[in-house]
Ligand binder design. Structure first.
Ligand code: HEM
Length: 399
């Protein structure tokens, strides 16, 4: 199929796009839900249709790419570390690593964190309650995500403050806007993170505890997980467990502040929190894009995707496809069913989904209960210039 007369309204690096990417997604989808373009460094197929995105995520002929150029000396540590992450692995290695790690990620496991999440949320709110102002991102969502992931990995609570800088810098290395400068900076952070976790793993060898690292070290005794894979898993969890959860909590609060009638509805009926969080995941998906590479020529919806071509799956666009969701641009906190793709689909479906959902439900509910008169303190919020993540730089509020 050939497509003619194409005018795309904005560039992917314009502030207009970062403020509101949805008109761009709609435009692309109206031309074709799988559209070949060169908006990013590597040309590829932009998938904006729900059915097509779900089909590609489930089709293992689309492989997870190794994310950095092959011959990069300046970021070899980073590249090596990413190479061992399950997120960038394909079967059979992916299955082996995922099986081991997933034992620690059951819904029951997430539930066991409920008391700790409750306590942490309340401690963080105690600190800001009388200041009458806070930045939801740095005073609330980030420390919450850091403390939970630290507890899970068995990192002493006082040391989790460093995660923020590490996670923020490493997330840019997996985003397609990344520059060489960011990759080099990310490499420095990767070196620090590797040294930190090597040390922690060493300590746990002598003193194993009831945490994820100690659990994975037992698997190592059967030689089912290499040293590099254990390290890469710890670092993946630090990155994956931070950025997206912070984005979910802060995007949800912003969506509610922009829709006062929904804010009121949720305050009056807190039992809506589960469906509300699903809707926030759909409406402002924390992960906006993931990518694959075709391992062979594959025909899909009239398009021929050739071997080695890149496929950019725009989850944020699929989640607003009118063919799947009625009134996709309307925030409906009672929407049911809500089969969004915010956590992906197929073999790489997010391992932390139960934990992320629980954290967001508790954080949002408690915040609305304890601080009922929340107000935005700026008319203009800003997003970080990331294409794969919907990430607010800050969210200042008063109360
Ligand atoms: C709102 C929060 C979150 C969102 C939106 C999210 C989203 C995603 C998505 C879309 C993927 C699949 C990527 C792909 O197919 O290429 C993924 C994978 C993953 N996520 Fe999450 N995530 C969140 C929170 C978390 C948390 C809290 C953790 C861990 C503590 C986590 C750990 C992982 C891991 C380990 C993978 C890789 C799974 C694999 O490759 O098999 N995520 N996540």
């Amino acid at each position: 199929m050939t497509i003619k007369n194409l005018t795309i309204p904005v560039s992917l690096s314009s502030s207009e796009f970062f403020e509101n990417p949805y008109p761009f997604y709609d435009k692309l989808r109206s031309i074709h839900p799988i559209y070949k373009g060169n908006f990013l460094k590597y040309p590829g197929w932009y998938v904006t249709g729900y059915a097509e995105a779900a089909a590609i995520l489930k089709d293992t002929r689309f492989k997870n790419r190794i994310p950095l150029p092959e011959n990069s000396q300046k970021y070899s540590e980073l590249k090596n570390m990413q190479h061992h992450m399950m997120l960038f692995k394909n079967p059979p290695d992916h299955k082996r690593i995922r099986m081991m790690v997933s034992r620690a990620f059951t819904p029951r496991f997430a539930e066991s964190y409920r008391p700790y999440i409750n306590e942490t949320v309340n401690v963080l709110l105690n600190e800001v309650q009388y200041k009458r102002t806070m930045d939801v991102v740095s005073d609330f969502a980030f420390p919450l995500a850091s403390l939970i992931i630290a507890k899970m990995l068995g990192v002493p609570a006082g040391e989790s403050y460093q995660f923020r800088e590490w996670a923020a810098s490493l997330i840019q290395t997996i985003d397609f806007t990344r520059s060489r400068k960011e990759l080099t900076k990310g490499n420095d952070k990767a070196i620090k993170l590797i040294a930190y976790f090597k040390d922690l793993i060493q300590q746990k060898k002598h003193n194993p505890q009831n945490d994820l690292i100690s659990m994975l070290m037992k698997e190592q005794q059967d030689e089912r997980l290499s040293d590099e894979e254990l390290l890469a898993t710890c670092i993946l969890l630090v990155i994956a467990g931070h950025e997206t959860t912070v984005n979910l909590i802060s995007n949800s609060i912003l969506s509610l502040l922009n829709h006062p009638e929904k804010l009121m509805e949720l305050k009056e009926k807190p039992s809506l929190i589960e469906s509300a969080v699903e809707e926030f995941l759909r409406y402002e998906s924390p992960t906006q894009m993931t990518a694959r590479v075709a391992s062979e020529d594959i025909e899909m919806n009239g398009m021929m995707i050739k071997k080695e071509e890149h496929v950019y799956i725009l989850l944020g666009a699929a989640n607003r496809d009118p063919k799947k969701f009625t009134h996709p641009h309307v925030l409906d906190i009672t929407r049911n069913p809500n089969p969004h793709l915010a956590f992906g689909q197929g073999i790489h479906f997010c391992l932390g989904s139960s934990l992320a959902r629980l954290e967001a439900q508790i954080a949002i509910c408690t915040l609305l209960q304890r601080i009922p008169n929340l107000q935005l303190s700026t008319p203009n919020v800003q997003y970080r210039k990331l294409i794969g993540f919907r990430s607010l730089t800050e969210l200042p509020v008063t109360f």
